[in-house]
Design a protein around this ligand. Structure first.
Ligand code: IPE
Ligand code: IPE
Ligand code: MG
Length: 271
């Protein structure tokens, strides 16, 4: 299991008791990192996987409960075949090589996305890690692969429609909880903090349902360069926000960051 580092957090003005439970990251900028150096884009992706390693370790050390990483979007199939096949090989080889580290750090791997449509060798490698790490009790690492937020909602609505068709569910009983419970990872609470690297101010079809009240942090740092200081800055930025969930702050300085929004937050605890 990862050793917690509350002192490092305090040193940066961060309250270790109020770190975000769930961080989601749009890991962008691998291509730009490579092209700035005159290297092939795939070299950027290779370096990007080293950053994943680093950030998974840091998240465990900082007491984050869940980390969702946008690894390959449903739209990324539009890229050149050679880049796609390079990325797929990198994912499969990382799944093989990182298993020992996942076990040592107590990380539990989960997947979000249409994983059935991945090449066999990638799906098998990932599912093998999911199975072997399922009893780990440390950080939950949720990889969004062949993931699209709209596709996730389509898949959820299809599931719900089938339950209605079978007479198990009445349309009148469908509420936000029904939809949240039909998403790819219903046991995960919504992300508290969404980080995007490489500066683009967009969501790119990531976690459309779950980020309704996430705090957003966009940094110009390219994903291969993203390190400890950048993660600490993002967490400090998160802690500087007043989360209101549509309510009001009654007295100056009142901090609602830890206030739950029980009626809106469909999956408040990690399971
Ligand atoms: C993110 O980096 C990795 C994936 C989308 C797979 P990019 O490859 O999108 O990097 P840029 O945006 O071209 O710099
Ligand atoms: C989002 O990055 C997808 C991942 C990080 C896996 P993109 O680079 O694909 O997003 P766009 O094309 O800039 O919106
Ligand atoms: Mg990009």
């Amino acid at each position: 299991m990862s050793e917690l580092r509350p002192d490092k957090l305090r040193e940066c003005g961060i309250d270790p008791e109020r770190v975000p439970a769930h961080i989601a990251i749009i890991m962008d900028g691998n291509g730009r990192w490579a092209s700035h150096r005159g290297l092939p884009r795939l070299e950027g992706h290779r370096r990007g996987y080293k950053t994943v390693d680093r950030v998974v370790r840091l998240a465990g050390e900082f007491g984050i409960k869940a980390l969702t990483l946008y690894t390959f979007s449903a739209e990324n199939w539009r890229r050149p075949r050679s880049e796609i096949s390079g990325i797929m090989k990198l994912i499969a080889s990382a799944a093989h090589q990182e298993l020992r580290k996942l076990m040592d750090e107590g990380v539990q791997l989960r997947l979000s996305g249409r994983t059935d449509d991945l090449p066999d060798f990638v799906r098998q490698a990932l599912l093998d890690d999911v199975r072997r790490t399922q009893d780990n009790t440390g950080l939950i690492l949720n990889l969004a692969i062949n993931y699209g937020g709209r596709g996730e909602l389509v898949d959820a609505f299809r599931q719900i429609a089938l339950r209605v068709q079978r007479g198990e569910l009445s349309p009148d009983d469908i509420d936000e909880r029904t939809i949240a419970a039909s998403l790819y990872q219903p046991g995960l609470p919504d992300p508290d903090l969404l980080i995007r690297t490489a500066g683009e101010m967009r969501i790119s079809n990531f976690l459309l349902w779950q980020i309704a009240y996430a705090e957003l942090h966009v940094t110009h740092v390219l994903w291969p360069d993203f390190g400890e200081e950048d993660l600490l800055k993002a967490i400090a930025d998160y802690q500087s926000r007043v989360r209101k969930f549509g309510g009001v702050v009654n007295s100056p300085g009142q901090d609602l960051a830890s206030a739950a929004a029980p009626d809106l937050s469909p999956a408040p605890s990690i399971s």
